[in-house]
Design a protein around this ligand. Structure first.
Ligand code: NAD
Length: 359
């Protein structure tokens, strides 16, 4: 099969982790006899530097012409003071909107060999296997109007949370469909005791649930969900959330399973799907060769599964990652201070070796 993939490395640790992920894809392509065609484009701060645009036209065209997009991360302190639309993050939001990817799937699975890396007691994190389904194109990150106005010292800023029934319905259906193939539980997160958007969210979710009688639906306020997530994470199966709540809860889930660097994501439902690790550009460790590439590598497994229906190939990557961790290989984020660890490229190399050995 020909696999045409646009790769947007982005900023900070983005290039370091995508480089390892692309090499893993090359290993998979050679083992399973696929032809990999990778085209690289600039995004975020890299786009601003090259074209003064966080999403250059050529990048968007390249993504729309590909069968799947793999992205590292965007964000750079060099652009922290520029106006909103010219920030690196604006390029990623625009890309998601242009691709139409409204459903962000963020699995948070505790690898048995990493139980000790969790800040929770092993018996509390054991068995955690959550699929976070986050709405990606609505809510506070896109709602209009938004502005900052007024005299210095008296300024006022406004963001708008807005959701329509069709937007809620389509993301709810994604969650219920996924739950069918899992443990058949959807927990819908909202703040219906305070927010109108959340009350509509709850109403629509209840309506959609009627089409999935085999799936159990329950509702939870986001504050309570944050608490249950640290107390009993293994209770959750599919966690359905609006945009910002999902952003926050999925980072929390990353902390729980040992490191944000382990989390993969797929953004689907549009013209071309987008795959990226959950973490950001991590400027604090960029360029040091110590970033964990596994979240990006696991994103390539999601890419092969969702965009190409290559289940064996996806499972091979996931098994290789599990085997490498089981053998005790760790990047810096997964060890106590002073303990030995592998570099980004050494960890990528271990995964490729495991893949080549058909583990
Ligand atoms: P971050 O995810 O970049 O980093 C948070 C912490 O996790 C840091 O201590 C970092 O060193 C660590 N970390 C992250 N990924 C890691 C990895 N692969 N291996 C080891 N450690 C890792 O979040 P932040 O610091 O809040 O944001 C930094 C920049 O990234 C900002 O500009 C932000 O806007 C941007 N950001 C981008 C995305 C994205 O591209 N999807 C997501 C979140 C944040």
């Amino acid at each position: 099969m020909l696999l045409k993939i646009a790769v947007l490395a982005g900023d900070g640790i983005g290039p370091e982790v995508t480089d390892q992920a692309v090499q893993v894809l090359e290993t998979v392509a050679s083992r399973f006899q696929h032809q990999l065609q990778v085209s690289k484009y600039a995004v975020g701060g890299a786009g601003l530097q090259a074209e003064n645009d966080p999403l250059p036209a050529q990048t968007l065209q390249g993504c729309l012409a590909a069968q799947a997009v793999l992205l590292g991360a965007v964000g750079s302190p060099a652009f922290d003071h520029v106006p909103g639309p010219l920030r690196p993050e604006a390029g990623l939001l625009r890309l998601r909107r242009e691709l139409g990817v409204f459903a962000n799937l963020r699995p948070a699975v505790c690898f048995p060999s990493l139980e000790d890396c969790s800040p929770l007691r092993p018996e509390n994190i054991r068995g955690t296997d959550i699929m976070i389904v986050r709405e990606l194109l609505g809510g506070l990150y896109f709602g209009q109007p938004r502005s900052t106005q007024g005299e210095a010292g008296q300024r006022e800023a406004v963001d708008t949370m807005r959701y329509s029934e069709p937007e809620i319905e389509r993301i709810a259906r994604v969650a219920f469909e996924l739950a069918r193939g899992r443990r058949r539980k959807v927990t819908s997160i909202d703040k219906a005791n305070v927010l109108d958007c959340s009350r509509l969210w709850r109403e629509v979710t209840v309506r959609v649930a009627k089409d999935y009688p085999e799936v159990q639906l329950n509702h939870m306020y986001v504050d309570s969900a944050a608490m249950i997530l640290v107390a009993r994470p293994a209770d959750f199966d599919v966690l359905l959330t609006e945009n910002m709540f999902g952003d926050i809860l999925s980072d929390q889930a990353g902390g729980l399973i040992g490191s944000l660097g382990l989390l993969a994501s797929a953004s689907v439902g549009g013209r071309v799907a987008l795959y990226e690790p959950v973490h950001g550009s991590a400027p604090d460790i960029a360029g040091k060769g110590i970033a964990n590439p596994l979240g990006t590598i696991l994103s390539t497994a999601m890419l092969l599964r969702h965009s190409f229906h290559l289940e064996k190939e996806a499972a091979a990557i996931e098994s290789a990652v599990a085997a490498v961790l089981q053998a005790g290989n760790r990047t810096r984020d997964l060890v106590a201070s002073g303990q030995p660890f592998l570099s980004t490229s050494e960890m990528g190399g271990k995964v490729r070796e495991a893949l080549a050995r058909k583990i």
